[in-house]
Write a protein that binds this ligand. Structure first.
Ligand code: UDP
Length: 451
């Protein structure tokens, strides 16, 4: 440990919840290994540094206009951040490198989806590693984008959605990780930039574990000549509260305490996904008609055209008579670990998927865009630890799928399999486990980069 003290790492997250969380978790892991940590962060979605007294924060002015910062076009936002951060990031990193008072910087660890940092790091002669915050299986698909485009899968045609992607079983065309955007070419630019930037980096860190994504990791090991480090699940490596952009409503834990074991369906679609008013109502009625108790996270602004719960019919909440609890943001990891939770209706963001696996909670999958679609297919068809909501978002279908996941034999089998995966997740972090060893290898690798 002593040998490592006196080395600093500079980490640069993409400033979105699902990316900030794993980057700060990684920072905690590396800090506990003896490295000093500097975080470069945009003012956009900035953190309160006083919550992280053991890290040094430097904020950069990315100069997003109000409309740019509040856009619902996620891809446009990512593309903008990759352009607008360039100057301020380079200046900040150059300043840090010229600071002789601080410890020498061993390397930069940037979110893979900020590939502009590769050229900056090369210019400043600093090794750059990347953190890919999504899973390895979806990265295999992103890496195959040029091939898929050549073979005519893109742009996706509505008439072909149910066809298999023969190169990437068990994916169907509808599972390909795309997102609605004003400029379709931007999707290929962002994805190819991420993959190419990772290929020439000094190594890729993954928030996943070997026995979950063995085959995808093996494929990536063959396709990429840089070292890869699957060292997750991060949130189980070091117990620390998760950084949250919204305030967590703790009332849901008291409410869960009053519910029967494994009876509650927890519903949350993460920090970005939004749904239509019609879908919102179908979800409300589907949950009510299922007769299961439910805890539902409705993020303000996550239903098009509404601020929060306005689309609910008058008297809806009273009618539930305590059987449903709605919050704006939940302490999700605590919720999933609660004995009352029996299933997680999720959008299958990678963090949510991993958190559910780690607590052995079966999933009802409703992916919205990008890698969520691949994750959901893996949950339902490969790991078989969840059911996929594929036949439209109608209340009868919702009721039916909740029964499949929670009440029928299929649900029991799913629970058995996810408990098995939970065991594997626990095992990989113990001495001799793949992620435990992976962290050790990562530390050795980082120290070798300076030579
Ligand atoms: N989360 C939370 N409270 C909520 C909903 C989500 O703390 O009410 C956290 C969740 O634990 C996860 C993150 O937000 O760590 C969401 O990340 P994910 O990759 O699942 O989805 P994204 O928000 O990026 O779409």
């Amino acid at each position: 440990m002593d040998q490592r003290k006196g080395r600093r790492l500079v980490l640069f997250p993409l400033p979105l919840q699902g990316h900030i969380t794993p980057m700060l978790q990684l920072a905690n892991i590396l800090h506990s290994e003896g490295f000093s940590i500097t975080i470069i962060h945009t003012y956009f979605n900035s953190r309160n540094p006083s919550n992280y007294p053991h890290f040094t924060f430097h904020f950069i002015q990315e100069s997003l206009s109000e409309s740019e910062a509040s856009t619902t076009d996620l891809l446009a936002l990512v593309a903008l951040l990759n352009t607008k951060c360039l100057g301020p990031f380079r200046d900040c990193l150059a300043r840090l490198l010229s600071d002789v008072v601080e410890e020498p910087i061993a390397c930069l660890i940037s979110d893979a989806i900020l590939p502009f940092t590769q050229a900056v790091a090369e210019d400043l002669k600093l090794p750059r590693m990347v953190l890919r915050t999504g899973g390895a299986s979806s990265f295999v698909v992103f890496a195959a984008f040029p091939l898929l485009r050549d073979r005519g899968y893109f742009p996706i045609q509505d008439s072909r959605l149910e066809e298999s992607v023969t190169e990437l079983p068990p994916l169907k065309i509808k599972d390909l990780p795309v997102i609605k955007t004003r400029d379709p070419e931007a999707l290929y630019r962002v994805v190819n930039g991420m993959v190419d930037g990772a290929k020439v980096s000094s190594g890729i860190i993954w928030n996943t574990f070997e026995s979950l994504e063995e085959s995808a990791l093996a494929t990536l090991g063959q396709q990429f000549s840089v070292p890869i480090f699957p060292i997750g699940p991060f949130h189980k490596c070091i117990p620390a509260s998760s950084p949250s952009l919204l305030t967590q409503d703790q009332s849901c834990i008291c409410w869960l305490d009053k519910q029967a074991p494994k009876s509650v369906i927890y519903v949350s679609f993460g920090s970005i996904a939004a749904i239509s008013g019609t879908d919102f109502l179908e979800i409300a009625w589907g949950l009510t008609n299922s007769k299961q108790p439910f805890l539902w996270v409705v993020r303000p602004g996550s239903t098009h055209g509404s601020e929060w719960l306005e689309p609910l019919p008058r008297g809806f909440l009273e009618m539930l008579d305590g059987r449903g609890h709605i919050v704006k943001w939940a302490p999700q990891q605590e919720v999933l670990a609660h004995p009352a939770v029996g299933a997680f209706w999720t959008h299958n963001g990678w963090n949510s998927t991993l958190e559910s696996v780690c607590e052995g909670v079966p999933m009802i999958c409703m992916p919205c865009f990008t890698d969520q679609k691949v994750n959901a297919r893996y949950v339902s068809d490969v790991w078989k630890v969840g059911v996929l909501l594929e036949n439209g978002l109608r209340r009868e279908e919702i009721e039916r799928i909740i029964r499949r996941a929670m009440a029928e034999k299929e649900g029991e089998e799913i629970r058995g399999r996810i408990l098995c995966l939970k065991e594997k997740a626990n095992h990989c972090l113990k001495q001799g486990g793949s992620s435990y060893e992976g962290i050790h290898n990562l530390v050795t690798h980082i120290l070798s980069l300076e030579a």
